[in-house]
Design a protein around this ligand. Sequence first.
Ligand code: DGI
Ligand code: FE
Ligand code: FE
Length: 201
Amino acid sequence: MEPIFFGKGIEYRKEFANYVEILSERLTEKRFFHSLSVAKEAYRLAEKYGADTKKAFLAGLLHDICKDDEPNLQLQLLNEFGIILDTVEKSARKLWHARAGAVYLKEKLCLTDDEIISAVRYHTTARAGMSLLEKILYLADFTSEDRDYSGVEDMRRAVDVSLEHAMREALIFTVVDLSEKRMPIHTDTLDAYREVVRVSS
Ligand code: DGI
Ligand code: FE
Ligand code: FE
């Protein structure tokens, strides 16, 4: 099962058939559908906000490429390429797939586009000073058609208002959600939050 693509998304789906094939082998059916849905949404947002639609599609497609790998396999990949995890990353294995994904794309799939690799790296935590492509991937992951968490409709409305507004809402949502679950929050997430949520006088 795949989402229905529109416009140039149809061409990109064909152009990246090799990557889609790799994903279909690496991911569960649900995660595979999610990845294609994020590609579709990232393409839509790129068109709306003037980013490179092809890069956005590809970043969406590949962003969770390591998500269904065993945690130990993800760690092994990170070790193999000399990635040192910080304290929060060590304790939160959900953060590993973003770092592993970036390494996998560069080292295993020989992807050379640093903008896409960086968007994948920061798609889970966000960070301060994000590029347009990084924001688009981060938000597409929140608003893709397969998402059904409570609050998703608000986020879909926010993303059509402006990227700035949506980033603010998404980061507030994340910080509240992680705090309620008593989870450690990564420094990059807190830096991103501080950047977009400022005291108004
Ligand atoms: O991979 P997806 O499920 O599509 O989405 P994602 O890459 O945004 O991952 C979301 C998960 O990552 C969710 O379970 C919360 C977790 N997460 C995101 N930021 C942080 C975090 N976990 C911790 N402990 N700290 C964070 O800053
Ligand atoms: Fe992810
Ligand atoms: Fe995702």
